[in-house]
Design a protein around this ligand. Structure first.
Ligand SMILES: [Zn+2]
Length: 487
């Protein structure tokens, strides 16, 4: 808490980050906010552009290295963060109207209610102390600047010790997206606090483990609090790396990231180069979630894999069905009948490569989502007193949906050889009702378990280890079916 007392609101840094990459800029002297602000190095503006052709122009903005803050696809608008002393400007012929320009003093820290990395450290340990039978906290890695990465595990320690399905929630890949930390911490607190009195929460924690990482990028967060409230990346290398363009699956493969270190979507010097990425990969590989939600802001979207143009996952019914169901549970900040919009990133916004959800799905069969919190009216750092509770309360419906779903229609079991669980078998779950279904391929976890979320129907489950295979059939209804297999 104390660090807020120091007078860093007066800190100013020369802003060179964006100017270097904006090669396609042509001076546009449209409404005149490009004058007389040249001296103010600690300020940025958020420009809202009305696009004529949303998809095509979003692609041009991404490829031009612009810092896209958020978008409203249905209104065909996009918000761009622009350093005031950058040479960046917009060709009106290409990008259309600038309909709003908001000045942000980036040297001013976010609303004091949001959490710093120091506060997150305190909160997670307090939670573990307050709920010793439910909450475990561990450091699963360390950042470039030496900060711990904290993971909270919430589950009833009195029930089954291992082998429970895992749901994973994480926040703050991007440093300026401060509301995401609130959602993650609220989830941990809500689950622990309601175990004793709420029957459903009690059942969840008896039968599942919820893993929560409230701050993937504490170094970037520190920079947000002390230097630049619009900072997005971590702080490694010369100018930081976008951790959510650094995962190895399809890294630098589909024009969904930048190779320029000064860009806000810089993918890093190599695939998985960053401490945060490596720590997340190791954690996910160990806990092997059934579902994951990565919280971001803003735009009121529910995104699912894959994120390169034209690509869909094989299990569309389950993956996209879950995303659409969650979006329906999330009303817009603006009220009325508006809801969050579901889709892949390339369908709704633009192509992304090196993002966590594609890697999680492809590598570990996790069903992963990105939820972009809050509307374009609220932006990255909405008023804490007005928006914090509203947002965390509403988003409970989404993360509760995946916990519930992980315990419904699916096949789960343990693979053993001579009574001992093994960790080197592969399980294929193939639909017998869907013609030509290739099935889901799942390698068993370290504890010998596997978990396939499916829609109700009959399935062939083939367990293989080397030459040895065992085949079973199973009828799945609304519940999770247990199918232990002795090889
Ligand atoms: Zn983000």
């Amino acid at each position: 808490m104390n660090i807020r007392a120091s007078g860093y609101a007066f800190f100013h840094r020369p802003s060179v980050a964006l100017a270097a990459v904006l090669t396609s800029a042509i001076l546009w002297a449209g409404t005149g906010f490009a004058h007389s602000e040249q001296e103010e190095g600690g300020k940025s503006r958020i420009l809202t552009l009305k696009l004529r052709d949303f998809k095509a122009q979003m692609r041009e903005l991404v490829e031009g290295g612009y810092d896209i803050a958020g978008a409203n696809p249905s209104a065909s608008t996009v918000d761009i963060v622009q350093r005031i002393n950058s040479q960046q400007s917009f060709n009106k012929e290409i990008f259309g109207q600038v309909i709003e320009s908001k000045i942000i003093d980036t040297a001013k820290a976010p609303d004091v209610g949001y959490k710093t990395s120091v506060e997150v450290d305190e909160i997670v340990h307090r939670l573990a102390n307050n709920y010793p039978d439910l909450v475990t906290v561990e450091s699963f890695g360390r950042t470039h600047e030496g900060r711990d990465l904290w993971a909270i595990r919430v589950t009833s320690k009195a029930t089954q010790k291992s082998g429970k399905p895992v749901v994973f929630l994480n926040a703050l890949h991007h440093a300026r997206e401060v509301m995401t930390v609130e959602v993650a911490l609220d989830a941990a607190d809500y689950l622990a606090a309601n175990y004793a009195t709420n029957n459903e929460v009690h059942d969840w924690l008896d039968r599942a483990e919820i893993w929560i990482v409230p701050m993937v990028n504490p170094d970037g967060s520190n920079k947000v609090w002390t230097e630049d409230s619009m900072w997005r990346k971590n702080t490694s290398g010369s100018d930081g790396v976008d951790v959510n363009r650094n995962y190895p699956y399809r890294w630098n493969q589909c024009n969904g990231s930048s190779g320029s270190p000064s860009s806000d979507t810089y993918r890093g010097p190599s695939a998985g180069s960053e401490n945060e990425t490596q720590a997340m990969m190791a954690l996910v590989g160990r806990i092997r979630p059934v579902y994951s939600i990565s919280f971001h802001s803003y735009s009121e979207l529910v995104l699912y894999p894959y994120s390169c143009d034209g690509e869909h996952v094989p299990q569309r019914e389950v993956v996209e069905g879950g995303g659409k169901a969650m979006a329906q549970l999330l009303p817009s900040d603006g009220g009325g009948s508006g809801k969050y919009a579901p889709g892949t990133s390339w369908e709704i916004l633009y192509a992304v490569d090196g993002g966590d959800i594609d890697w999680m799905y492809n590598t570990h069969n996790v069903i992963p989502y990105v939820i972009e919190l809050n509307s374009t009216s609220q932006g990255f750092q909405p008023s804490f007193s007005t928006w914090r509770n509203k947002t965390v309360n509403k988003v409970r419906a989404a993360w509760q949906y995946v916990i519930r779903r992980a315990l419904q229609s699916g096949v789960r079991g343990k693979v053993t050889v001579a009574g001992e669980s093994i960790d080197d078998a592969v399980v294929r779950v193939i639909s017998m009702t869907k013609e030509g279904d290739a099935g889901q391929m799942i390698s068993v976890k370290g504890d010998g378990t596997f978990h396939a979320v499916v829609v109700p129907g009959s399935y062939k489950v083939v367990v293989a280890r080397g030459e040895r295979t065992v085949e079973k059939t199973v009828l799945v209804g609304g519940d999770l079916v247990t199918l232990d297999v002795a090889l």
